[in-house]
Design a protein around this ligand. Structure first.
Ligand SMILES: C[S@@+](CC[C@H](N)C(=O)[O-])C[C@H]1O[C@@H](n2cnc3c(N)ncnc32)[C@H](O)[C@@H]1O
Length: 274
């Protein structure tokens, strides 16, 4: 068993090895073209990020992105003319994102920082954005409390965390519980051990509502990730014959139609009371 500090170190080491998508798209990237290709593919696979983040809406606003990773979303915010800050647990993500912004002549205040202990003053941001980050941190409710603390009254947060009842979860359970003769392994166990960094969590909608209950106007929706649809890029960590075969046979269109609520991505928008 890891204590939270040991677990956080493991999370750090996992993402410091390669930022999210780096292995697939741009190991050692140092050209505008490589970053542009990564960006193009990201938004082809996850086009709903635009609607959710509304990058262009925050002109002149003070915006923080937590967990910048390779920096595609951060680039969009930087280009929108807001007063931009960004942080990540890993040095690698900050280097990648700084290099990216530099290549495009864009600016942000980027630092290595932990979502559970944000080094920003109370009530300082209009928007705190974070895509696929705080469920990796050992104490996710603490990260939510930190976001609340640093938001101005009336400020807004837009956060994506993982959703428990997803096709990704069911497929990983099939592979790492059922096929290994351990059907009593829970979905929580599967996410923590087989999806991305150690200790990754996923939430049911009622759990997310509870976690965000200090906010007002909480809106939650579910989207399919490219992992749920077994697209070509799925499985940075799960390559092999079984996956290739499944990708060939998987009826992605049908799954999306029949089970529209079983996506991995839970999109949360919430406001701090004025
Ligand atoms: C799946 S990646 C997502 C990156 C980016 N938002 C994206 O959509 O590509 C998760 C990121 O969260 C960062 N992260 C994990 N725990 C964190 C924490 N406690 N504080 C800040 N960043 C964290 C990791 O370093 C990694 O860059």
């Amino acid at each position: 068993m890891n204590n939270p500090e040991q677990l956080k170190e493991k999370v750090h080491d996992f993402w410091n090895e390669a930022s999210c998508g780096e292995e697939l798209f741009l190991k050692g990237a140092d050209s505008r073209e490589q970053f542009q290709n990564q960006q193009k593919r990201r938004y082809e696979l996850e086009p709903y990020i635009f609607d959710f983040a509304q990058f262009g809406l925050h002109h002149n606003k003070k915006v923080l992105e937590i967990g910048v990773g390779l920096g595609a979303d951060h680039q969009q915010f930087a280009a929108s003319g807001c007063e931009l800050h960004g942080c990540d647990l890993t040095e690698r993500a900050i280097e990648n994102t700084s290099r990216r912004l530099h290549l495009f002549g864009l600016k942000s205040n980027l630092i290595v920082a932990d979502a559970e202990n944000l080094p920003y003053a109370d009530k300082s941001f209009d928007l705190v954005y974070s895509w696929g980050v705080i469920h990796h941190s050992p104490d996710t409710p603490r990260a939510v409390a930190e976001i609340y603390r640093i938001l101005k009254p009336g400020g807004e947060t837009r956060i994506m965390i993982y959703h428990t009842y997803s096709m990704v979860g069911f497929m990983l359970w099939f592979r790492y519980a059922l096929l290994t003769g351990k059907p009593f392994r829970s979905l929580s166990y599967i996410y923590a051990h087989y999806l991305e960094s150690p200790g990754t969590k996923a939430y049911r909608i009622d759990e997310a509502k509870k976690m965000f209950n200090v906010f007002s106007d909480v809106h939650i929706s579910i989207e399919y990730s490219h992992g749920d649809l077994l697209s070509k890029e799925a499985g940075q960590r799960h390559r092999g014959l079984l996956l290739t075969l499944a990708q060939r046979l998987y009826p992605a269109g049908l799954i999306r139609k029949i089970f529209p609520k079983y996506g991995l991505f839970m999109l949360i928008r919430a406001q701090k009371n004025s």
